[in-house]
Design a protein around this ligand. Structure first.
Ligand SMILES: Nc1nc2c(ncn2[C@@H]2O[C@H](COP(=O)(O)OP(=O)(O)OP(=O)(O)O)[C@@H](O)[C@H]2O)c(=O)[nH]1
Ligand SMILES: [Mg+2]
Length: 188
């Protein structure tokens, strides 16, 4: 499916009726600054999801309507140390509520890992939780333009040791590599 229209619907700070209206949801989750908003922009060929160079910017759940058919759900980043204690807890609760503590279902979840950094402890917990809740998710590896071939292979091996059989989707929003593969798998 080709994306022909994208519309920002809402910034959600609590559970919302949008999540139970029957529209298939594709959720993007990952560490703060990993490139979630940039990925949504690149996939939709737009600048609709504000991508900032200041990590921790997305502090609410931003919902976008794609082709009048599916929602792209841009979740706030986890693990950002500069957000205050209470703020961090609120963000964690919001993510957990949307992904795990509710009856909301996602058509697909895209767990984004920075390929250069590899899987942090927080990434590993998110991976484990998604698996434990039997969520249908893919792992997308961001910012691969920042590595040379040998660094890339080394990091891939390291990540695969943790993720096992799970399919990996390396991509870059700078070189636009890997984007079609991600679109194809999430929009099925
Ligand atoms: N080199 C490179 N930089 C990228 C890529 N994707 C995103 N970035 C940069 O990474 C930074 C963070 O990108 P965002 O898309 O705002 O990240 P985010 O995950 O939405 O961040 P939060 O909303 O804070 O959770 C920005 O400076 C982007 O320009 C990529 O593929 N390659
Ligand atoms: Mg963001």
């Amino acid at each position: 499916m080709k994306i022909t229209s994208v519309k920002f619907l809402k910034g959600v700070v609590d559970s919302d009726e949008l999540f139970t209206d029957g529209t298939p949801q594709i959720a993007f989750i990952g560490r703060s600054n990993v490139g979630k908003s940039s990925l949504i922009n690149a996939l939709t060929n737009s600048s609709i999801s504000r991508a900032s160079s200041f990590p921790g910017r997305t502090q609410e759940i931003n919902v976008f309507l794609i082709n009048n058919l599916v929602y792209f759900v841009d979740l706030p980043g986890y693990g950002f140390s500069r957000v205050s204690g209470a703020g961090k807890e609120k963000i964690t609760d919001l993510i957990d509520c949307y992904l795990f503590n509710n009856s909301f279902t996602q058509h697909k979840i895209v767990l984004i890992i920075d390929a250069n950094v590899g899987m942090t402890d927080k990434d590993i917990s998110m991976f484990d939780e998604l698996a434990r809740h039997k969520k249908d998710f893919i792992i997308a590896l961001s910012k691969i333009d920042k590595m040379n071939q040998s660094e890339y292979h080394h990091k891939m091996m390291e990540i695969k040791k943790i993720t096992g059989q799970h399919l990996l989707f390396p991509f870059s929003t700078k070189s636009m590599k890997g984007l079609t593969q991600i679109l194809d798998v999430v929009l099925i």
